[in-house]
Design a protein around this ligand. Structure first.
Ligand SMILES: *Cc1c(COP(=O)(O)O)cnc(C)c1O
Length: 423
């Protein structure tokens, strides 16, 4: 069931009218549905029940502290890619033992912090990184738990910017190199081999690439076993797609049941790192129509949310459904829905058929709960928008809208530029 639905022509988040939230918090804003987040968490938990597994939410999809608190309370772990995400995860109460750390560019400082936090494992992306983790752990008299990220060279069939498991991309190590990597890891004194990791891309809508790559990893684990290298965790990554438009991705239950049957013979604990499939359809971006404009070629609907607030359409040519917050009986037009940013690439939709709108009316940009706010910026000196969580008939501001003062808070003026007005 969709918790963002119309009642008498009014769009609701659970039991609250979106327009009433807009009146109170202003626009634009993100709004998340608690019930939807919980439903998505439970779908994964249920699919994993009965098999040894660890569920780590990929923080980069949505790292708001209140959202992380929901996940922490549900016992969900974290898949992190930076020291900042480690900080957020720990602050939300996620135990180090449920944190895994991926990413090609971990710094010494970040590695040290992660070792100190007692994370479950580093997902290591190069032999240089492996040696660095060994060195840093050695200086701390610790043994760092590691997995190597294997690049199974499989085309995930998604947008090139969110495909990761092919040789032309920077992620992981090709299988042959990974074998060398594990041999190296075995020789290093300050790392402990825990698992194998793969993550082939995001917004995957077919089962085949998941299953094909899992089979490759299982074969690789057998190969390691022959060398006397024992693997405890098989981390299958994230990447399950969601429904933005007409795509029909597999359900988590279907995906995980298939993966479990492939993995079972290894005896490995399964780790899964979903991000988008938990948060994507649990949030929308609400924006107000500022102006209507047309030329010989096009209609433009200019709204108060721009690419700095939601960059997915500009960056990936991603499709987001855009609907009126109040349904009205009007004719349709085809229009570009664009923001106020001074870039031609600033659009939320192109040549979109939508019911005519008027100045001041609200639009809902659907499926914006993942990679929405987390990818937002202050470009054009636009304060980042508010985030709201709805639970039943209550709503909570879980991040307030930034102020103009926030924009310059971290700037500082060198003495030679100071004027009498400066303290
Ligand atoms: C981004 C990422 C994920 C999450 O991907 P989704 O498509 O949001 O599920 C999981 N693991 C790693 C290593 C990632 O980089």
């Amino acid at each position: 069931m969709d918790y963002f639905r119309y009642k008498q022509g009014q769009l609701y988040a659970e039991d609250i009218e979106i327009s009433s939230i807009a009146e109170k918090v202003g626009t634009p804003f993100y709004v998340y549905s608690y019930a939807t987040v919980m439903r998505h968490i439970h779908a994964v938990k249920e699919a994993l029940s009965g098999y040894p597994s660890i569920f780590c939410f990929a923080l980069k999809a949505n790292s708001n502290s209140a959202i992380l608190r929901i996940l922490a309370k549900e016992g969900v772990g974290a898949d992190i890619v930076s020291g900042g995400e480690l900080y957020r995860a720990r602050k939300a109460g996620i135990s180090g033992r449920k944190i895994i750390y991926a990413g090609v560019g971990k710094t010494d400082t970040e590695i040290r912090a992660a070792i100190r936090a007692g994370i479950l494992m580093f997902n290591v992306e190069s032999s240089d990184e492996l040696r660095t983790i060994d060195r840093v752990a050695g200086l701390m008299n610790r043994k760092a738990p590691i997995a190597l990220r294997v690049n199974p060279n499989i085309d995930a069939g998604t947008h090139p910017y969110i495909t990761t498991g092919m040789k032309k991309y920077k992620f992981g190590m090709p299988v042959e190199e990974a074998l060398e990597g594990y041999r190296l890891a075995r020789r290093l004194k300050n790392v402990k081999i825990m698992g194998v990791h793969k993550h082939i891309g995001s917004q995957l809508t077919e089962l085949a690439p998941f299953l094909e790559s899992a089979k490759k990893i299982v074969a690789f684990i057998d190969q390691l076993k022959h060398e006397g290298i024992d693997i405890k965790y098989l981390d299958v990554g994230g990447g399950l797609g969601i429904r933005y438009g007409e795509e029909i991705p597999p359900q988590p239950a279907e995906l995980l049941a298939n993966l479990i049957s492939i993995i079972r013979p290894t005896g490995c604990t399964l780790i899964t790192e979903p991000g988008r499939s938990i948060m994507g359809n649990a949030g929308i971006l609400v924006t107000r129509v500022l102006y209507l404009k047309q030329n010989e070629l096009k209609n433009f609907v200019i709204v108060d949310a721009g690419m700095n607030d939601l960059i997915r359409p500009s960056l990936y040519e991603a499709f987001h459904k855009i609907e009126p917050v109040v349904k009205r009986r009007r004719t349709k037009i085809s229009a570009d829905i664009v923001g106020p940013i001074c870039e031609s690439g600033d659009f939320l939709a192109k040549d979109r058929l939508l019911t005519r709108v008027k100045q001041g009316e609200l639009l809902a940009v659907r499926s914006a709960g993942a990679y929405g706010f987390t990818m937002s910026s202050n470009y054009n000196s636009r304060p980042r928008v508010a985030e709201v969580l709805v639970k039943g008939n209550k709503f909570y501001t879980i991040r307030k809208r930034e102020s103009y003062a926030d924009l310059i808070r971290h700037d500082s003026i060198p003495a030679f530029l100071k004027t009498a007005g400066d303290r």
